[in-house]
Design a protein around this ligand. Structure first.
Ligand code: NAD
Length: 254
């Protein structure tokens, strides 16, 4: 069994999709969950309500995790609300932002994509580390993507680069933090339907074509990803660090 009773978990971008499913899963295993949202307070409240209705503990925190000042305030607020440091950090917030060819890429769009995906992961982690180290250890899971391996679809090259970087960042950090009792892993989702991500960026034709390439024969669900995250942050994964778990129905195997 997985028992996270007493652990404090922060899941960035958990007002929807995969982040929401992760927050719900962690709370169902006993963790006290900090639900972070960017813009849509109602969706964040829905995540918190779902957790509380099931008897779990959750609090809601607004922050743009691509902004350093907001990251510091977020982590301080979470630590103050739960009265202790963060044990489990899931760097889930991320976005393709918009499809854009390299020919049309601007410095502004490049910075936005890299900041939302990579900078947020690096600096939320930095902010959470003192509290995590003070508790003698912890677990971090970073959201990569199949795009980080295969480059993604047309117009997703910078997003793919940001997600590829998450894999190498997680490996380096795993080595750096091992002596502090902190494990760092990544999860790399394939095609996870029922997300704003695909509602925005994938046509019905594209969806069918992609599912046709999935050996398990269906699109993934946010909860498929949440299951892998729950395993990685639990003691069942106590000897696992620096790894990237592919959650893609067999679409890509390393
Ligand atoms: P989603 O759009 O539902 O979730 C992304 C969440 O991140 C949203 O709640 C959004 O508000 C939040 N977010 C974005 N920018 C933020 C910011 N600056 N500060 C705080 N929150 C911010 O889509 P999803 O599919 O659930 O995506 C979750 C993660 O999974 C992302 O990192 C995404 O890149 C990754 N991913 C998704 C898929 C998929 O098939 N859906 C595949 C591979 C990787």
């Amino acid at each position: 069994t997985i028992d996270l009773t007493g652990k404090v978990a922060l899941v960035t971008g958990s007002s929807s999709g995969i982040g929401r499913a992760v927050a719900i899963r962690l709370a169902a295993s006993g963790a006290k969950v900090a639900v972070n949202y960017l813009k849509n307070a109602g969706d964040g409240e829905e995540t918190v309500r779902t957790i509380r209705t099931a008897g779990g503990t959750a609090e809601l925190f607004q922050a743009d995790v691509s902004k350093l000042d907001q990251i510091g305030a977020l982590v301080s607020a979470v630590e103050a609300a739960f009265g202790t440091g963060i044990d489990i950090l899931v760097n889930n917030a991320g976005h393709l932002v918009q499809r854009c060819s390299n020919a049309d890429m601007t410095e502004e769009l490049y910075d936005t994509i890299m900041d939302v995906n990579l900078k947020s992961t690096v600096f939320v982690t930095k902010a959470a580390l003192p509290g995590m180290k003070a508790k003698g250890g912890g677990a971090i899971v970073n959201l990569s993507s199949l795009a980080g391996h295969d480059g993604g679809g047309p117009g997703a090259s910078v997003y793919a680069a940001s997600k590829g970087a998450i894999v190498s960042y997680s490996k380096g950090l795993a080595k750096e933090l091992a002596a502090s009792g902190i494990r760092v892993n990544a999860v790399s989702p394939g095609f996870i339907g029922q997300t704003a991500f695909h509602a925005t960026f994938t046509s019905e034709e594209g969806r069918k074509a992609t599912v046709g390439r999935v050996p398990l024969g269906r699109e993934g669900t946010p909860d498929d990803v949440a299951g892998a995250v729950l395993f990685l942050v639990s003691d069942l994964a106590s000897y696992l660090t620096g790894e990237t778990v592919e959650v893609n129905g067999g679409m890509f195997m390393r």
